[in-house]
Design a protein around this ligand. Structure first.
Ligand code: FAE
Length: 543
């Protein structure tokens, strides 16, 4: 494995890199980053409960099963990524290596440049469909390894527009959202950091929004601000401040799920988490047990062996793409023939659209740090409600002293467009139908808000059209929602229709949207709600 392959960037490429909200300096090479990867043995043949996947749904399921005393095997296709005091667990940002990306020879960030890398079981996956590219995390912690930590609760009216009325917002608000927030230890940025030069760009954003009569607010983030403050005072190697986020934070400042839910699940003594174990197929046996074909992978994605594992209770938590793929495959191959016709339906992109305003005459600072700390809520937008998050564009830190005079944004919108997954039998893989007009309403809404911002702020603000001629990059999403929608494929607590003791507890449950908010908090809160009900009703007292 050749690591940290160097690539020389020209200035334009550096700008592209910055547009991704990523930046970084070369890390010292202290050790071979791959040598400590654990190689657990294949778990025992039968376990009462199996959880597939370790993202926001799987981590909740694993912990609550463990706390209920139920012996549980957790199968995760990706690797374990323990942060060490060498601060080099994850790939570098500017010169990425294989640790950055799931099984590709090239990096896959939304905007170029793409660097050549060695194929490896890295943390960020892009799944390519004809009209949409879906990004997900791969590894113990799922999407939390690569995510921005933005922890946003949907407003009640938005939630009630998207979710079935059987899911009571008041209950979510009183019990499940607070429970997850406390587990993730999410909070707004500390004043000392907010007032530092690193986040000055967020003040400019706020000022511009205020000039346009629009509201912004600091958002809760699953970050340990004490660690980031140590970066600021020089007692900790830089990570967030130098823009690390999407390939993982090397000093542990991101409160990813391996540090909270999954660590506590392990501590129950009832939960075994097996990295590099990929579930290929599921079926129900005549004895009532579920049978899983499990592939043990090496770090390069090669299948070392395949074995059968069984369980009495099966929790599908492989994310919108992963869970739906397993269900569709089982349905098409007649392994789970009783699955209903809603499987695969109800997919949406959560109205994810990226754009960059440039030519901001006041300047936006020569340093812009991660994570994004502020969002603009334009909920009375005449087209549809939108949330506009302000991601860093850290050109100045890559080219010291350079101000990009720009602000990068990720929009989230209340979009009602829906597509569907299908099983492509020729390629033996999942496909996605997504209309080209999907996200149209969100783009119109964003354009309306952008015009308000530009009109109210003197200067030459415009959209960067170097990547997408429309100025809005709309054919990718970080927020895939749906495929096994709650109330359609499952009951209102994730129980799969047609099969007892089989559950979906992840982003596949979302009805194509997480209601004008980033999805992770809602996925975890809904998982908590499902697990409370499932554990109270579906397990005998002595399991
Ligand atoms: P996920 O977290 O994707 O976990 C699924 C797990 O299952 C993964 O670890 C997979 O490796 C594993 N898996 C898949 N297939 C298999 C298989 N066959 N066998 C074994 N394991 C398998 O699912 N959301 C926010 O709320 N705030 C943010 O700031 C934010 N930023 C994001 C930034 C990026 C770059 C990306 C990609 C996403 C971001 N998200 C954010 C979205 C968030 O990460 C996502 O909604 C959740 O992670 C989805 O949780 P799930 O449990 O559904």
């Amino acid at each position: 494995m050749q690591k940290n392959k160097k690539k020389h960037f020209n200035r334009r490429e550096f700008i592209g890199l910055g547009a991704l909200g990523t930046m970084g300096l070369m890390l010292p090479q202290c050790r071979n980053p791959y040598e400590d990867i654990p190689h657990p043995t294949i778990p025992s043949y039968h376990t009462p409960a199996i959880v597939i996947g370790t993202g926001f749904g799987g981590a909740v399921a694993a912990l609550r099963l463990g706390q209920a005393g139920i012996k549980t095997t957790v199968l995760e296709r990706g690797q374990e990524w323990p942060v060490t005091n060498s601060y080099d667990t994850f790939s570098d940002q500017v010169s990425p290596d294989g640790r950055s990306t799931w099984l590709r020879n090239e990096t896959v960030l939304p905007l170029p440049p793409h660097s050549s890398i060695d194929k490896y079981t890295g943390v960020l996956e892009r799944v390519d469909f004809d009209t949409m590219q879906i990004y997900t995390g791969a590894g113990v912690g799922g999407g939390s390894l690569v995510y921005g930590g933005m922890t946003v609760q949907p407003r009640q009216d938005h939630f009630e527009t998207i979710f079935p009325s059987e899911i009571d917002y008041a209950e979510m608000d009183a019990i499940y959202y607070p429970r997850v927030k406390s587990m993730l230890n999410a909070s707004v940025i500390s004043d000392i950091l907010k007032n530092s030069d690193y986040y000055h760009f967020a003040d400019i954003f706020h000022q511009q929004a205020t000039n346009a009569g629009l509201n912004t607010r600091l958002i809760d983030l699953a970050y340990d601000w004490n660690i980031v403050e140590q970066e600021l005072n020089g007692s900790m190697p830089e990570s967030a401040l130098k823009g690390e986020l999407i390939y993982g934070n090397n000093n542990g400042c991101k409160n990813s799920l391996d540090k909270n839910y999954l660590a506590q699940a392990r501590a129950t003594g009832k939960v075994g988490i097996y990295a590099l174990h990929q579930v290929d197929e599921i079926t129900k046996k005549s004895d009532g047990r579920f049978s899983l074909q499990v592939q043990k992978l090496d770090e390069f994605g090669n299948v070392l062996d395949t074995s059968e594992m069984t369980c009495d209770y099966l929790f599908l938590c492989a994310g919108s793409v992963g869970t739906t793929k397993l269900l569709l495959k089982a349905k098409v191959k007649n392994k789970l023939p009783l699955l209903n016709s809603f499987v695969g339906q109800g997919w949406g992109s959560n109205g994810n659209v990226m754009f960059k305003r440039q030519g901001i005459i006041t300047g936006t600072g020569t340093i812009q740090a991660n994570p994004p700390i502020r969002a603009l809520e334009h909920y009375n937008n005449p087209h549809t409600p939108v949330l506009i998050e302000n991601a860093p564009f850290p050109i100045g830190a890559i080219l010291p002293g350079v101000d990009c005079y720009c602000l990068l944004h990720l929009g989230v919108g209340l979009d009602t467009a829906r597509g569907h997954y299908f099983y492509d039998q020729v390629n033996d893989d999942i496909g996605l139908f997504w209309p080209n007009t999907g996200n149209d309403t969100v783009v119109q809404a964003l354009d309306h808000t952008v015009n308000m911002l530009n009109d109210a702020n003197w200067g030459v603000e415009s959209l960067d059209i170097t990547v997408d001629p429309s100025g809005y990059t709309r054919d990718f999403t970080y927020h895939p929602c749906g495929g096994a929608v709650i109330g359609d494929v499952t009951d209102y607590y994730g129980r799969v229709e047609g099969y007892n003791k089989m559950y979906v507890v992840d982003g596949a449950l979302m009805p194509g949207s997480s209601a004008c908010a980033n999805p992770s908090w809602t996925i975890a809160a809904l998982a908590e709600r499902c697990m409370d009900n499932i554990l109270a009703n579906d397990f005998p007292a002595s399991s």
